[in-house]
Design a protein around this ligand. Structure first.
Ligand code: DLL
Length: 433
């Protein structure tokens, strides 16, 4: 039987959802106009005033916010309440320049934790479950977000944070953890290590995993489910809009339900900004409908996906988004061709490799080069040159047909590519250096 954390909201009829969205949107635009000078200026520059916004159908009149706005307004320029009303900040994992700092009131935190609680219940969680949260704790939203949701559901929460893999496994086994929350790349690493330690899927008490924060393929899901003996659920979110739980998967595993009573989603053409119809692929844009401290309107996520309102057998009525295939800025342009790391991952996993690879892009004589270092698994490891050449050819052929361009594959020894405890670093683009 399907269970829900907030059934009346999660299964609300579309008219009801629209009514909530409309009401909250009008309130939110006024809150922003009154309290966020930075955005009011943007509206005025676009020739829009508060009177022009009569319902959520007018959302297209509002200007977009981008990461550049967040940088320009750092740190307090988009804050909409007095600092004394804020109880927390979280921040993105940006490696260069200023980070994004998002502020939360206690109400904002409660709303966010309800979103992750919905995800935990959708993954089968109840107050009898033991939830191990192996996302990083701290400025990153993964740990605190899932931790809060787990408390709201009443699960026993193990706040291991990421890293220290042996201790992670000890807690999973000794405390019979039933739900694991971490990045998919770390879940794969935990699975690999447990297998080496001699644990088969039936020995592992876990029944479900809630994995997100980075792009991962269906092939990777299949591998993780097999090695840990679990059902693996995707979860999506971003710091700017709250953190994990903006959307989450149900048992169907066919797209993630967006918590659209809190976050209004649009998909736009990334080049023109035009809003695209349901079913079209484009850049996801979110409007935060009821966050008080850091209420972003029409924030461009740079994540590429499609939306669907097709009926879902889980009974939830909220719109679904497909797995983002990666950020538009993760997309590599190699010799003029768009390449997503997830496409390369699909070729590898379909040929029996694990998701341990690194993509190295360079430029020689003004021509882009694409090298993929792929780790052999222990059972395929060999020093037979003929066999290695044959394996390399299979992968190079597969990549040529997937990407339409040639990639050079180098097979490397098992365990030679560094494992990630958080978001995996798959791409080294030497052209940028
Ligand atoms: O990654 C929040 C999060 C934590 C989500 C834990 C899920 C689980 P940021 O560090 O701000 O926040 O990064 C947000 O990560 O715009 C996407 O590009 C990517 N991302 C997040 N979830 C997924 C996912 C967190 N399920 C950025 N699939 C987003 C693909 C994802 N990409």
């Amino acid at each position: 039987m399907e269970r829900y954390f907030q059934e009346e909201i999660e299964r609300a009829p579309l008219e009801k959802i629209r009514e909530w969205q409309n009401e909250k949107f009008l309130r939110q635009v006024k809150h922003v106009w009154d309290n966020v000078g930075y955005y009011r200026n943007k509206m005025q520059e676009a020739g829009v005033s508060l009177d022009d916004i009569k319902s959520i159908d007018d959302i297209g009149k509002l200007p977009f916010l981008t990461k550049a706005d967040l940088k320009a307004a750092y740190p307090y320029g988009l804050l909409a309440v007095p600092l004394k009303d804020c109880v927390r900040i979280q921040s993105t994992s940006g490696t260069t320049g200023k980070r994004v700092v998002a502020f939360y009131t206690q109400e904002d935190i409660d709303m966010w934790e309800e979103c992750t609680a919905r995800a935990i219940v959708a993954a089968g969680g109840t107050n009898e479950d033991v939830v191990q949260v192996s996302y990083g704790y701290g400025l990153f939203t993964g740990g605190p977000g899932l931790d809060g949701g787990s408390h709201k559901v009443g699960c026993l929460t193990i706040p291991t944070s990421s890293g220290n893999t042996e201790r992670q496994i000890m807690f999973i086994m000794d405390l019979s953890a039933t739900i694991l929350c971490c990045t998919p790349s770390y879940a794969a690493y935990l699975g690999e290590t447990m297998k080496e330690m001699g644990y088969g899927p039936d020995d592992i008490p876990l029944k479900a995993g809630i994995f997100g924060a980075e792009a991962w393929s269906e092939e990777m899901r299949r591998d993780i489910e097999k090695v840990l003996g679990i059902k693996a659920f995707d979860i999506y979110g971003l710091t700017e809009i709250s953190g994990p739980g903006v959307s989450f998967e149900c048992n169907e595993q066919r797209g993630m339900h967006i918590n659209e009573d809190h976050f209004y989603a649009e998909v736009i053409d990334p080049d023109t900004g035009e809003v695209l119809p349901e079913g079209a692929q484009g850049e996801l844009v979110f409007t935060s409908l009821d966050k008080k401290a850091f209420p972003l309107l029409r924030y461009r996520t740079r994540d590429i996906c499609t939306l669907t309102r097709e009926k879902c057998s889980c009974g939830r009525t909220h719109i679904r988004m497909t797995k983002p295939r990666g950020r538009s800025d993760d997309m590599l342009i190699v010799r003029g061709v768009n390449v997503f790391p997830s496409q390369i991952e699909t070729v590898l996993l379909n040929n029996g490799y694990a998701a341990n690879y690194q993509i190295i892009v360079g430029r020689v004589n003004n021509t882009d080069t694409l090298d993929v270092h792929v780790e052999m698994t222990a059972d395929m490891f060999t020093d037979n040159v003929g066999e290695i050449q044959a394996r390399k050819k299979v992968l190079e052929d597969g990549m040529r047909s997937m990407l339409g361009i040639k990639a050079k594959v180098t097979l490397v020894a098992p365990k030679s590519i560094t494992r990630s405890e958080g978001k995996a670093v798959r791409v080294i683009d030497n052209r940028k250096i």
